[in-house]
Design a binder for this molecule. Sequence first.
Ligand code: IVH
Length: 403
Amino acid sequence: MAPTSVAARAEELRRLLIAAAHAYYVLDAPALEDAVYDQLYRELLELEQAHPELISADSPSQRVGGAPAAGFQSVAHRIGLLSLDNAFNAAELTSWYAKLLRVLELEPSTELALVGELKIDGNALALSYEAGVLVRAATRGDGESGEDITPNGRTIQSVPLKLHLENPPAWVEVRGEAFIPDSTFAAINAERAARNEALFANPRNACAGTLRQLNPQVVAARKLDFFAYTLHLPNGSDNPSSQWEALQWLKKAGFKVNPNTALLANLQGVEQFCSDWELKRQQLAYATDGVVLKLNELQLQAEAGFTQKAPRWAIALKDPAEEAPSRLLRLSCQVGRTGVITPVAEFEPVALAGTMVSRATLHNANRLAELDLHAGDTIVVRKAGEIIPEVVRVLIELRPAAA
Ligand code: IVH
């Protein structure tokens, strides 16, 4: 092929493959058969190998590149990553809303629009783009500075390497949550079990461990995903004026925004959103630990401001706790329909996943021996959704001294 047509072909392939990956990973609407994608990708790799000068920063081939790093550099965040205040029930949510109206010096009957988002149980990432190109991916760290994990961030297929915008801003910082979907998490742990390696406790730990992997090839294989939820732009006249508009901006720029996000007109809408998701979260393909409510208008957000560690204009309504401590009262046995005897722990009643619980299964005699329960022990009890309550472990540190 003549040099110009080689360059043109490489450019064409890149455009097609980037669009296909966006359709697949961000829009969840595959546009190209896997085998076709693979073959065109291979053609691009061959062209780039023969003509390395044609490789561009946003080429799909550049998602996994480079040798393992020796370590990660610490980077100061341009704008600090704050935390969120929590509410644990509807009453706390109502009083947060009332306080927000007072801070904004608005009548108690004012209806404020809020955006309801799911609280993704992953790890926050800050992505910096300069002239539309991804230049840095950093972890939250202590909020002031985090770790530069750019090669790992590049492996996340739902993170655009280049913004899908005609005229990208000089810089933009996009924040969101990196996470591992439940099915990928199960596959990772199954592989680890087969290799006799320690299992990850949950998808969030697996994600955190993966982001800090020094070898980007390993990170790419773990298939992280990313939902964008915060946009920081330089001052400009046509910037979004609300969180809702910011989310639309992010979608247009090529990011994946959680589809279960809603613009809520008032507190009533907020309460409905929260109660809907307390149930529906069980059906999601990834873990969440509550919902986040954000004042929609950015101007009002600026007026409401921040406390020491969190914005006054947002709150997380956490899901009811699924684990709690309790004091063991006695052990008993339960005889099943088929005659199987199951040891059961009886303990002081605790609220778990929205219900009061005072008995939990110990599964079998082996588990009973393993836990080595003593009268008066403080135990950790767990009940997730529809799952039968179980005793997770004993807090040995709190065991009463022997008489
Ligand atoms: S907003 C100042 N939105 O929850 C705004 N955070 O407990 C702070 N998180 O550090 C973040 N889903 O890692 C926001 N839809 C969402 C979120 C979300 C998950 C995480 C985030 C944050 C933590 C606070």
